[in-house]
Design a protein around this ligand. Structure first.
Ligand SMILES: [Zn+2]
Length: 282
């Protein structure tokens, strides 16, 4: 009887803890940004038993749902021109073509642990091809794409508008170049407008393998992707632009793009089948 009472009290306490700990509990604000909204998400991480093959310091993976690591940067919530992550570091892991890639120092630590565990699982064909990108970099990238799209009618343009539209507005009129406004629409379908790229947060990476020459959906067929799909959350990373969530994220499926949010949030997002937008209630 007494035991039942204790169990009941214990259960009540656990439930209470579960109720109170609904949604992110930020303990710092993002630079110039609002605190993440509390969303009614299930906290899978509270019951999670994390285990690793390699030496992993969990302190490097957990963020305590820190607002800095839940920073949202998308088309609806752009970052300012002046936003620069507080602690950028040059990655020491394998990068594509040996180029210099910078990342938030905390995200970098988690990335190294993830790659270490991946290697032990036999997955070594993986390289980081991009991390932090400045606002200015995104400006030049966007302008470059814009000039490219205006030179011709690309497959991107046809995919974006549909062949009927292209036929009516261009081919039928003998025009072989996109208008400036259509070119902008096309570029926006695959590239972020300055301030709206998550890469400006310094919290995300794009991966490639030796079988790839550019970032494309073939990454989804690699061993690395298969491993990441099952394990990235354990290191605080999420697949940021999943298939079927385009309407929420505003981006087409990007199997190569992983975002660090910390192990707690990543676990809840992964098991809850959420996007970062869902998680933050945005
Ligand atoms: Zn990316």
């Amino acid at each position: 009887m007494k035991k039942t009472m204790i169990s009941a009290v214990l259960l009540f306490c656990l439930l209470l803890q579960g109720c109170i700990r609904m949604g992110p509990q930020p303990n710092a604000t993002g630079e110039g940004g609002d605190l993440p909204t509390v969303a009614p998400v299930k906290h899978y991480y509270l019951d999670m038993q994390y285990s690793y093959q390699t030496q992993v310091d969990p302190n490097l993976l957990t963020t305590g749902l820190h607002a800095d690591y839940l920073l949202l940067a998308n088309k609806e919530y752009p970052l300012g021109r002046d936003f620069v992550p507080a602690s950028l570091t040059a990655l020491t892991c394998t990068t594509y073509g040996g180029k210099t890639v910078e990342l938030d120092a905390r995200a970098a630590q988690a990335l190294y642990l993830m790659l270490q565990e991946m290697a032990v699982a036999g997955v070594t064909d993986i390289a980081v091809t991009s991390g932090y990108r400045s606002y200015e970099y995104q400006v030049s990238l966007f302008n470059y794409y814009l000039s490219q799209e205006q030179k011709q009618i690309s497959s991107n343009a046809i995919a974006c508008f549909g062949s009927d539209y292209i036929q009516r507005n261009y081919y039928d009129k003998g025009v072989a170049m996109l208008s400036a406004s259509d070119a902008k629409t096309v570029v926006l379908s695959y590239s972020a407008y300055p301030g709206t790229s998550e890469h400006q947060t310094g919290l995300c990476v794009d991966f490639m393998t030796s079988t790839m020459s550019e970032l494309d959906a073939t990454f989804a067929t690699t061993q690395a992707f298969a491993w990441l799909s099952n394990n990235a959350y354990r290191f605080g990373f999420i697949l940021r632009y999943p298939e079927g969530k385009e309407a929420i994220t505003g981006y087409t499926y990007e199997p190569w793009h992983y975002r660090f949010v910390g192990r707690e949030a990543a676990t809840d997002i992964y098991f809850g089948n959420l996007t970062l937008e869902d998680y933050l209630g945005k």
